[in-house]
Design a protein around this ligand. Structure first.
Ligand code: FNR
Length: 340
């Protein structure tokens, strides 16, 4: 199967399959503060990643490009990012590196958002030269490299050799001049992996946890002989943020099943600087249209400010100083894993 057909199948099945919606945030609670001493008008949802100043914590995370049928989606996502001043990551650009005719399916994103912050995206098989080509292709402000072992193993045509990834990540990191992010695609990052990345100088981690778009389910739909044991694999997003915060010097992006303003506030409260959203925004866009999606994100921004006001947080990252309680499976996990 060609890369372009695979990308279309991913879109189709991601929309169809939806998100499991159990990311661990159901076990995480802010403690109500009856005297917040803050006015809504004082609150700011600005944040930063790798020195880039973001006016919103919401990143439209990597999805697509690389097939002509994806142009309209990328065009709309870019227009959304442009209108709302959101960071946007493009989908894996390897298809355009291998075949120059697909470059325009990614460049449309820069075309529709000339001044915005855009992240390039490649897999961990990329070379430093390819990474720099991907950056140049869309004049990227940051680059994500995705690691997706479970997806590859479940994918009929996927990789089977995962040796040398850390060395390649470090080589790419050292060759690029813009913020460098390593991301999972929905199975989460453990503290051991985050520690290994930080030791190699890689500090911006998108934990890409379990509970949202599930690439085991998606790839299993593409298999004649499914691997059901991978369907429930991985570290939930909330838990993965907690795993990552045990390692010093990280900047965390929380992706994986982020659907509403409370998920965003809880992710930030647990230690993330920003959140990534893919499946939810894709489904809104395809099922409800551009205007509805715009309204949805605007509403998220407003609601995050309401939550901050209720807790007495003026700046977004002040949420990290507010008391939180962690219960249930997430608490048990943290105890067993020695996460304070
Ligand atoms: C993705 N994702 C993804 N990630 C990546 O790094 N490169 C890619 O090319 C893609 N492609 C892709 C296609 C589609 C259709 C979807 C829905 C997702 C993964 C994405 O960035 C994100 O990590 C996961 O989808 C989990 O977030 P959500 O969907 O639960 O918000």
């Amino acid at each position: 199967m060609s890369r372009a057909s695979r990308k279309l199948e991913h879109l189709k099945y991601a929309i169809e399959t939806g998100q499991t919606g159990v990311q661990g945030f159901e076990n995480v609670h802010f403690v109500h503060q009856a005297l917040p001493e803050v006015a809504l008008s004082q609150t700011s949802i600005a944040t930063s990643i790798g020195g880039l100043q973001l006016s919103s914590p919401i990143i439209i995370n990597a999805m697509t490009g690389g097939a002509y049928e994806t142009v309209k989606i990328n065009q709309h996502l870019a227009a959304l990012a442009n209108e709302l001043n959101l960071v946007m990551a493009v989908g894996s650009q390897m298809s355009a590196i291998k075949n120059k005719e697909y470059r325009s399916t990614y460049q449309i994103v820069r075309g529709n958002n000339p001044k915005g912050i855009i992240f390039a995206n490649l897999g961990a098989d990329a070379t430093p030269e390819q990474a720099n080509e991907a950056i140049e292709m869309i004049e990227a402000d940051g680059i994500q490299i995705h690691i997706n072992v479970i997806q590859e193993l479940t994918m009929p045509e996927g990789d089977r050799d995962f040796t040398g990834i850390l060395d390649r990540l470090q080589a790419i990191k050292e060759s690029v001049k813009i913020p460098f992010i390593v991301k999972e695609v929905g199975f989460g990052m453990s503290k051991e992996v985050v520690f290994q990345l930080v030791k190699r100088g890689i500090k911006i981690i998108d934990v890409g946890g379990r509970g949202g778009t599930n690439f085991a389910l998606i790839e299993n739909k593409r298999r004649l002989d499914p691997y059901p044991f991978f369907n429930d694999w991985g570290i939930h997003t909330a838990t993965s943020i907690l795993e990552a915060t045990t390692v010093n010097k990280t900047e965390i992006i929380a992706t994986g099943g982020i659907q509403n303003s409370l998920h965003i506030a809880k992710a930030i409260g647990l230690g993330a600087n920003a959140v990534g959203m893919s499946g939810m925004i894709l489904r809104k866009l395809v099922n409800e249209g551009f205007k509805q999606t715009l309204g949805y994100v605007n509403q998220l921004h407003h609601e995050i400010k309401l939550i901050m006001t209720s807790l007495g947080a003026v700046e977004l990252l002040d949420l990290q100083k507010k008391p939180m309680v962690i219960l249930g499976e997430t608490k048990d996990w943290c105890e067993l894993r020695g996460i304070p």
